[in-house]
Design a protein around this ligand. Structure first.
Ligand SMILES: [Fe+2]
Ligand SMILES: [Fe+2]
Length: 414
């Protein structure tokens, strides 16, 4: 029925259905209720897209220690490592390098990020330079989301440092606050001075950040930020790190990935102890359900609608763009890396009971069970450079299988 309408009208219907779809796709009613206030602020009131700031009321309680004994040896080791690995975002990166879309030998992202062949099917033919400019905009969109996420991580790590109970975790938390401040600095500088373009925060990312800022429970902040958003970020950073040929961005991402690996490690150490020892079975199930819903929500909701609007809105239906972006080799790879990181961590911290495993199985995600968790991964494991990426239209076999497994359950909302 929708197909006969003009493209603009089709897109409006698709977008409206998708906004509604975000909340309807949350199957667990308790999780939907907990997300509702943030969803209203983000999706209905559009707070993430108006004005120059948003106030997010925080309700957590700061845990002030009265005895200062060392209380978590592994956390203290992580703190020492973090202190020794601090770097300077100004001095340690080659900012003097020229970054330009005109240089085909230093492409910021490979051609495989964009479904050019399908777009051509709608009569849109881009020149080689236009193709590079489009991937440049896609890079600006992705890096803008990283930057917004880093601001969320900066606040969440500050809040968690107040809330967390162990003295050694507070020490470690202080290093993460500094790390996240530096990440915000380098992504902002790259966008501002190299790409000269910044996109607004994605609605779904805004909803999740808003929920984490305003939820008073420290372990939800931990789960949301240190496991879910950081896990998602690691997947995205690693995908682009492996595929970019632009040397400044590659070096920047390598430094950030090394920090992020510690952040996820910190999250799983704290949560394993807490979930397996401090909370009831009912509370554990509540966290398990929340994580599952958030994982599915985040999986397919970074579809770069603002880039689509700039380039193709009157030529290609949004639904087609969404479908093609989700099946592009780079997005398939991104989802694969993200769940490869996430699922073993959930197992390690005690949020992968047989009950919830059946849900992950239905979503085609149990293939990642038994993988290395954050405590077993070295920084080198995470920064293995897989080369320049897939420049041809050939998708490797393993990615084709993943695409077939995940495209059935996808939903899209930029
Ligand atoms: Fe970060
Ligand atoms: Fe982080």
């Amino acid at each position: 029925m929708v197909r006969g309408l003009p493209i603009k009208a089709q897109n409006k219907i698709h977008q409206t259905l998708d906004s509604v779809g975000l909340m309807l796709s949350v199957q667990n009613p308790k999780v939907a209720v907990s997300m509702a206030p943030s969803a209203v602020r983000g999706l209905v009131l559009g707070k993430g897209k108006r004005g120059d700031h948003v106030d997010m009321p925080a309700h957590h309680s700061a845990h002030f220690r009265l005895n200062y004994q060392s209380d978590f040896a592994e956390m203290y080791d992580l703190y020492r490592r973090a202190v020794s690995k601090q770097w300077d975002g100004d001095a340690d990166l080659p900012w003097e390098l020229d970054v330009t879309p005109d240089n085909p030998n230093a492409q910021i992202l490979p051609r495989s990020f964009v479904p050019f062949n399908e777009i051509e099917g709608f009569g849109v033919k881009l020149t080689a330079l236009e193709e590079r400019k489009l991937t440049w905009d896609i890079a600006a969109w992705l890096l803008s989301q990283f930057m917004h996420g880093e601001q969320g991580a900066l606040f969440a790590s500050a809040q968690v440092t107040e809330c967390v109970h162990w003295t050694d975790a507070k020490l470690y938390g202080a290093t993460q606050v500094m790390d996240e401040g530096r990440h915000l600095e380098v992504f902002l500088r790259y966008l501002d001075t190299k790409l000269e373009k910044i996109y607004t925060v994605n609605d779904n990312l805004f909803v999740l950040i808003d929920e984490l800022m305003t939820d008073g429970r420290w372990d939800f902040k931990f789960l949301g930020m240190q496991i879910m958003i950081e896990g998602l970020a690691l997947g995205a950073f690693t995908t682009i790190f492996q595929q970019t040929r632009e040397p400044l961005l590659k070096q920047l991402l390598k430094m950030v990935i090394q920090d992020e690996a510690r952040h996820v490690h910190y999250g799983v150490l704290a949560l394993r102890d807490h979930i397996t020892q401090n909370i009831s079975e009912k509370e554990r199930r509540e966290r398990e359900d929340w994580v599952y819903e958030v994982a599915l929500l985040m999986r397919n909701r970074f579809l770069m609608h603002e880039v689509y609007e700039e380039w193709f809105s009157h030529k290609v239906p949004l639904k087609v763009w969404d479908e093609q972006m989700l099946d592009s080799p780079s997005m398939v790879k991104f989802r694969s890396i993200m769940f490869e990181r996430l699922i073993p961590n959930l197992e390690y911290i005690g949020l992968m009971s047989d009950r919830i495993k059946t849900h992950y199985e239905k979503s085609g995600l149990t293939q990642y069970l038994g993988g290395k968790n954050a405590t077993q991964l070295t920084e080198d494991d995470l920064t293995v450079d897989a080369g320049p990426g897939y420049d041809s239209d050939e998708m490797p076999e393993e990615l084709q299988e993943l695409a077939a497994g995940t495209s059935a359950s996808r939903v899209g909302n930029g």
